[in-house]
Design a protein around this ligand. Structure first.
Ligand code: C2E
Ligand code: CA
Ligand code: CA
Length: 312
């Protein structure tokens, strides 16, 4: 089955006489704005969009230097068990230390990067960099159970991914079981059969797998039954809804129950307050990630965080 999606840009002829070319270029700008907002949307042209597009064009031309001059880095956000507060792992999150714009988070550049020719360069860089960090921490005597990394739909849908990961972890002398691959539901929407096969090969290679932002997308329950996934990551929108509405709590309990009956673990994301952690524990959720525990940390700050915890 082939699924098609569309992003639509609309431009309207204004009071000033515009040429057909200008109108088309404005519709194009609006279409790119719809695409970078996640696609499947309609956007109408506005001068503010023009500024956004100029900004993106400038950033796009900076991408080449970003790799060649080592401007990307990973920050690490700890995940802890709700049962005993032990560290279960950390999520690697991409950052761009831009020479003029400072430290950028993925919302500023990820969509651009993923639609650029550098999408596959990113996977190689990500795997290598995660393994380099793990190896360095091991040499320092710092133990981290597992590092999660994020893959886009196109990055996942590659039948050679497991082999490539095996090669990289082998090169760095790291166990594949220390890596957890996080995917979102859009990986499943584009090609569920291939996504299932690739995930199965990752698990055969010894990796862990997680379904990110669970509940925020299409959440078709039929695929969950056969999906080779170890962990469901409960989307932060439900965590934010705790204490605001009983419905969020009911959904979280539903997700935890579903995960349990399918033999999966649960991690709740975006936990900022103690009452949220308490409610999640009460609902039977296994672990949490969020500002309550720690913001994403540079590698050095992450080591410091781990050392402080082991002293405490
Ligand atoms: P995500 O995978 O859902 O990552 C969690 C996001 O929530 C991170 O945003 C994190 O900084 C943020 N966050 C963590 N704790 C809290 C909290 O308590 N409250 C709130 N409000 N937010 C919290 P970040 O780092 O900006 O990353 C955004 C997204 O970019 C990620 O969402 C992920 O989908 C994507 N991403 C990050 N790194 C990579 C990467 O290396 N490759 C790919 N393909 N995508 C990446
Ligand atoms: Ca993630
Ligand atoms: Ca997430």
């Amino acid at each position: 089955m082939i699924s098609l999606s569309a992003s639509i840009g609309i431009a309207v002829m204004g009071e000033n006489p515009e040429t057909a070319e200008t109108l088309l270029s404005q519709a194009d700008t609006a279409m790119y704005a719809a695409k970078s907002a996640g696609g499947l949307q309609v956007r109408t042209y506005d001068v503010i969009l023009d500024r956004g597009v100029r900004n993106r064009v400038a950033l796009r031309s900076d991408l080449r230097a970003a790799f060649s001059e080592n401007q990307f880095e990973l920050h690490f956000q700890p995940q802890i068990s709700l049962a005993d507060a032990s560290l279960i792992g950390a999520e690697a999150l991409l950052r761009w230390r831009h020479p003029d714009r400072g430290l950028l988070t993925p919302d500023a550049f990820l969509a651009l990067l993923l639609e650029s020719p550098y999408e596959s360069t990113l996977v190689e860089w990500l795997l290598n960099t995660v393994c380099l960090h793990i190896a360095a921490w091991q040499r320092m005597g710092v133990t981290v159970p597992r590092i999660s990394l994020n893959l886009s739909a196109r990055q996942l849908l590659d039948m050679e991914l497991a082999d490539r990961i095996r090669h990289v972890v082998g090169k760095h002398g790291i166990s594949a079981a220390m890596l957890d691959v996080e995917i979102t539901e859009d990986c499943l929407v584009s090609d569920i059969d291939m996504a299932t096969s690739v995930l199965a090969t990752l698990k055969q290679a010894g990796l862990c797998t997680s379904l990110d932002d669970f509940g925020a997308g299409y959440s078709s329950l039929s695929y969950l039954v056969r999906l080779p996934v170890d962990t469901l990551k409960i989307d932060k929108s439900f965590v934010r809804g705790l204490a605001v509405s009983d419905k969020a709590s009911a959904v979280i309990r539903g997700i935890v129950g579903l995960a349990r009956s399918l033999g999966m673990k649960t991690v709740a994301e975006g936990v900022e307050h103690q009452h949220q952690a308490d409610e999640l524990k009460d609902a039977g959720c296994d672990s949490i990630q969020g500002y309550l525990v720690s913001r994403p940390l540079s590698s050095e700050a992450f080591v410091e965080f781990l050392r402080r915890r082991s002293v405490a």
